[in-house]
Design a binder for this molecule. Sequence first.
Ligand code: C2E
Ligand code: CA
Ligand code: CA
Ligand code: CA
Length: 278
Amino acid sequence: VKKQGKNGHRFYSQELDIQLMTNIELESDLRKAIERNELEVYYQPQFHAQSNRMIGVEALVRWNHPKKGLLSPGLFIPIAEETGLIFELGTWVLRNACQQMKQWHDEGGPLVPVSVNLSSQQFHQPNLVDYVKSILEETQLEPKYLELEITESMMMDPNVSISILQDLNSLGIRISLDDFGTGYSSLSYLKKFPIHKLKIDRSFIKDISLNNSDKAIVATIISMAQHLNLDVIAEGIETKDQLDILTKSDCMEIQGYYFSKPLSARDVEDSFFVPSRA
Ligand code: C2E
Ligand code: CA
Ligand code: CA
Ligand code: CA
């Protein structure tokens, strides 16, 4: 409910506020956002469960909207996808993440890879491989330190997908299957596709301490990954309980609020780098 005040709509919640903006307004704001550098890449560290060692980071885009504050990607990625702005946004995120990673490596930060999310449209963009290659050359990041996250739904046309994945693979980068277990595709593609890692979706982790089916599904995914020689990481770990169940099931790689939320580049440095660069 809107309260009267000098700032009018300020009393709405962020979501409601965004819903009230038309897509056209958001689209034109987003177009300017890219030009005006209002986008920012946050990084969520990933950890080895037992050693607590950082093993990677996932790049997650944010929008510092001048009037609405920090917006989460769930609010604007869909608009970017509808309007075609996703290409420009996606290239911006990829370039930024590679630059940042290279800079961290040069400054003596942990030699870990960065994972970048790809939209379906980017995945099917004809010049994807060329522009990934040119960003790697431009930023001088070694390809083995870049991981691209795709989802099962992008694999709908197996022939097309295999050839895109092979081309990406030939650059020397790694591919992760994000939100694993939530799609409807057949498991047979796992043996055909050049994929390196499965990311177990948070929906299986959320109730894992209470729900035996979730526990069984997760244990099965982990064991399957091991038999297929794939890496596996669990997403959305928030509690010690969840962590314990996962490590008992032999899941070594963990991402979630229990260890760290996504952080600005500056906060990653402050929290996780050796204090030598101060
Ligand atoms: P995702 O790729 O599945 O990313 C994981 C999301 O889960 C992130 O939300 C992250 O902040 C959140 N998360 C991580 N750990 C926990 C936890 O322990 N508990 C809970 N409740 N959540 C956790 P975020 O950053 O809001 O991103 C949402 C989605 O937006 C991403 O889901 C991804 O699909 C998309 N996205 C983000 N950045 C990009 C991008 O640069 N390009 C594209 N195409 N999509 C992006
Ligand atoms: Ca992801
Ligand atoms: Ca995910
Ligand atoms: Ca997702």
